[in-house]
Design a protein around this ligand. Structure first.
Ligand code: 7TS
Length: 400
């Protein structure tokens, strides 16, 4: 599917065609996104929201258009609910810090799941430590699925927020976000969804889901590194304390008192990564040309093929076998250390990721040091999976 749009994929590594299966870490960029950066720096580079000159007005207008593109992409109700950040990590830190400062008190509780990326654990630990609140953990079963009944049991009158991933980066599990939001809301608890591994793989509709916050990174969805998004419901963002102080986020500053700007600017202190926001817009438009449903369909058939082919490898142990999966397949083979397998695959031109994938509690749950993870994007093909399987067989021979 449109592989020819990605210049980097045409190269060879170690004299072999590159098979790129590390998309959960970051996706490659299509030519239109690379060109958007070139165009921005060749023609429009200037700071936004503060210049009266031509370049600044143009860049500002384009930046605000990009905000509308993101709004439309996730079906947010208003563009003031779209805050540009550096990525998922910054989006979650923003909410943990600001929401925590505003709403957490001694003895309050935050619920996260056991399958979270460290960036959806540590910011909450920091916020809890600041306010004397406690972290509670929603466990998953041997397949890597959470149970809604467990969530119901965990929620208490002290629960201030539930923070959970839409799609797990190490297990590939797609969590039932709508159901989770419904249950949490029935107890008056808001929900933050980490969408880092979802936005490039399936259609996201924040109004249908009714989540309160949704976070994602541009670089995992064909856009440049250095830009990400926080979607937040207006009524919550308005109540929340600012995250960082600086230019753009203020209305008026005196040494006695400072008042803050309206949304979304209240949460966008300092000069944003303007060129990368242009790139993000192009990446969204690029995905929309194919359509998220079509991308999902393609990747689901790839997933099915991968599970079949990998499932026939002798010694295969899948880590994560949820019924609803997307994006990534994690596995171990016999007693081969994941790192050794990763290096041998790399030397055959196959790029996978090995290790704990910033989900150490997931590895602890299974009592393993890490996994080998193959993760997909719209440009991957069944031939890529065939190359992966052939490279695994060769690596096994070399290690035996
Ligand atoms: N949340 C999830 C579910 C992720 O997979 C990642 C990054 C992040 C948050 C953080 O995103 P960032 O863009 O702010 O760094 N996950 C991975 C990965 O699986 N391999 O490398 C990075």
């Amino acid at each position: 599917m449109r592989r020819e749009d990605f210049p980097i994929l045409k190269q060879e590594v170690y004299g072999r065609p590159l098979v790129y299966l590390d998309n959960a870490a970051t996706t490659q960029k299509p030519k239109v996104v690379i060109d958007a950066l070139d165009e921005y720096y060749s023609k429009y580079n200037s700071n936004i929201h503060r210049g009266v000159h031509y370049l600044s007005s143009h860049a500002t207008a384009e930046f605000e258009e990009a905000r509308k593109t993101v709004q439309n992409f996730i079906n947010a109700g208003s563009d003031c609910e779209i805050i540009f950040t550096r990525g998922t990590t910054e989006s979650i830190n923003l909410v943990a810090s600001s929401f925590g400062k505003t709403f957490f008190g001694e003895g309050d509780e935050v619920v996260v799941s056991e399958m979270e990326h460290h960036s959806n654990i540590v910011p909450w630990q920091i916020a809890c430590a600041d306010r004397g609140a406690k972290l509670k953990v929603l466990k998953f079963n041997d397949k890597g699925e959470i149970d809604i009944a467990d969530l119901e049991k965990l929620l208490s009158p002290r629960t201030k927020i539930v923070a959970i991933t839409h799609v797990s980066n190490s297990l590939g599990t797609v969590n039932p976000i709508e159901k989770i939001v419904e249950v949490a809301h029935s107890k008056g608890v808001p929900v933050l969804v980490d969408g880092a591994q979802a936005v490039a793989h399936l259609p996201v509709d924040v109004r249908k889901t009714d989540c309160d916050f949704y976070c994602f990174s541009g670089h995992k969805m064909y856009a440049p590194m250095g830009v990400g998004v926080l979607y937040g419901k207006k009524e919550l963002l308005e109540q929340m304390e600012p995250y960082q102080g600086g230019g753009e986020m203020i209305r008026e500053v005196t040494f006695e008192k400072t008042t803050y700007n309206d949304l979304p600017f209240k949460f966008e202190a300092g000069t944003p990564s303007v060129g990368d926001v242009f790139g993000l817009r192009k990446a969204i438009e690029y995905m929309q040309e194919t359509g998220l449903c079509e991308i999902e369909r393609h990747e689901q058939s790839l997933m099915k093929y991968a599970l079949e082919r990998l499932g026939n490898v002798v010694g295969m142990r899948f880590i994560g076998e949820a019924a609803n999966r997307a994006g990534a397949v994690s596995f171990l083979i016999g007693d081969i250390h994941p790192y050794d397998l990763g290096v041998l695959l790399d030397h055959q031109g196959v790029a996978v990721r090995t290790g704990h994938h910033c989900t150490q509690p997931v590895m602890d749950r299974f009592g393993i040091p890490g996994t080998v993870r193959a993760s997909f994007a719209l440009y991957n093909t069944t031939e890529d999976i065939d190359s992966l399987v052939a490279a695994i067989e060769k690596a096994k021979q070399m290690l035996s």
